[in-house]
Design a protein around this ligand. Structure first.
Ligand code: AMP
Ligand code: ZN
Ligand code: FE
Ligand code: FE
Length: 277
């Protein structure tokens, strides 16, 4: 028993490892349970769960939904829902189609900028194409040298080929997860709010929409951020989750299970999630 990791990306979104490989890595790390939380898709869950079954590693269904509330761009994590749920799949397809249209618009802008580049040049992937795939193609075509350059020059908000992606209303994202039998958590609450100035009001709003909890254990959280979130969550009677946001080689400094210097993420968090869903 060596902790859990409830925030992991595979090749079905923008991670660089297959779900089976991730389960193997987690097993090797001695983790006791994981959730695969690909962006806006549940397509890798079957593979992860069946491989988990083979290796004796607990895998619970997860997803990370791109959402918005007022001016906030948010990621909502869903846990322990029924991945086969028809309505859930219908609703996720809206996000997947929007992402595809957004990608086409990015390529149109890149061509307007004079680059001879086409979306079909991206190597086949089992899942969804995102900006990291486009960045890797820009490197392969020697248009830029690094991932950072691709984002800084062309793909980031405010740059020439940036296109905003459709986001689901936070209330709809939370409802979607609950309707499929799961629990919704706010991912990395400090990501766009370093000092957590907006967090108290935001979390209260989201709780009113049915949010179950917040992601407390996260590699970027300082001890101060952790403490503030712990108190905020306790005040609002929210549950807690935790994960690494592992993307494989996409974010090579991130380790499965969280930073090795820190204590493992306790299994009790998952036990509470299973209890309530
Ligand atoms: P998308 O969901 O297609 O809009 O792409 C967002 C993804 O791009 C996120 O998973 C980020 O981790 C990744 N990303 C953003 N900036 C960078 C960067 N500078 N280098 C590598 N990946 C990045
Ligand atoms: Zn990602
Ligand atoms: Fe995220
Ligand atoms: Fe993530």
């Amino acid at each position: 028993m060596n902790g859990i990791d409830l925030h992991i990306h595979s090749t079905y979104s923008d991670g660089t490892n297959s779900p089976a490989k991730l389960v193997e890595l987690a097993h090797r790390e001695g983790l006791s349970a994981i959730a695969l939380t690909d962006h806006d898709t549940t397509a890798g869950i079957d593979e992860a769960m069946s491989h988990g079954h083979t290796l004796g590693l607990e895998v619970i269904p997860g997803v990370e939904v791109s959402a918005g509330h007022n001016d906030h761009a948010l990621h909502i994590l869903g846990y322990n829902f029924n991945p086969e749920d028809n309505l859930l799949q219908q609703r996720l397809r809206v996000l997947q189609d929007a992402r595809h249209q957004r990608n086409l618009s990015i390529f149109a802008k890149l061509r307007e900028l004079g680059f001879a580049i086409d979306i079909n040049e991206i190597p086949p992937t089992p899942g969804q194409v995102g900006r990291p795939h486009i960045a890797r193609l820009l490197i392969a075509k020697k248009i830029v040298k690094t991932m950072d350059q691709a984002f800084a020059r062309l793909l980031r908000r405010g740059t020439a080929a940036y296109v905003q992606c459709y986001r689901m209303e936070a209330a709809a994202a939370i409802t979607m997860i609950k309707d499929a039998g799961g629990l919704a958590f706010l991912a990395h609450p400090a990501a766009n709010d370093r000092k957590l100035q907006a967090a108290p009001q935001l979390l209260a709003d989201l709780k009113g929409m049915g949010l179950a909890g917040l992601e407390l254990h996260y590699p970027a959280h300082t001890p101060k951020t952790f403490k503030t979130l712990l108190h905020l969550g306790q005040d609002l009677e929210l549950m807690f989750s935790g994960g690494s946001d592992f993307h494989g080689d996409g974010k090579p400094h991130i380790k499965l299970g969280g930073p090795p210097k820190e204590p493992p993420i306790p299994y009790e968090l998952l036990a509470a999630i299973k209890d309530k869903s």
